[in-house]
Design a protein around this ligand. Structure first.
Ligand SMILES: [Mg+2]
Length: 114
């Protein structure tokens, strides 16, 4: 069974993030600026665990329940990266990141990444 919205996203190569509520108290401090980096490191660590599990599952030919849990953990860490980044953007006075993401997309298109 296929999820129609997933099929559409796959064709358009988009990931909808939706509105991101930011933390109540954010300031453009070193601590705030380090948060996206910390969360990115956690995302990488989660990916390492997920990747190791997937390799083990491939070797045994058995899809373990841990693979699904580790995938969820990795996606949670990806969400933390977005949260930390938007907290920092908010600390810099940003309330609408749409145009910034459009400019990012244009840069990446020029670099042939999309
Ligand atoms: Mg985290």
């Amino acid at each position: 069974m296929s999820d129609c919205s997933s099929d559409i996203r796959a064709r358009r190569r988009l990931v909808d993030v939706g509105n991101v509520a930011v933390f109540a108290h954010v300031e453009p401090t070193k601590e705030q600026a380090l948060k996206p980096l910390e969360e990115a490191a956690e995302a990488f660590g989660a990916w390492q665990l997920y990747d190791r599990r997937m390799r083990m599952d491939e070797a045994t030919g058995i899809r373990s329940p841990q693979a699904s849990e580790l995938r969820d953990d990795l996606l949670d860490e990806c969400a933390d990266v977005v949260q930390a980044s938007m907290n920092l953007a908010s600390a810099l006075g940003i309330v609408d990141f749409t145009e910034r993401m459009r400019m990012c997309r244009v840069r990446n298109e020029k670099r042939g990444r999309m």
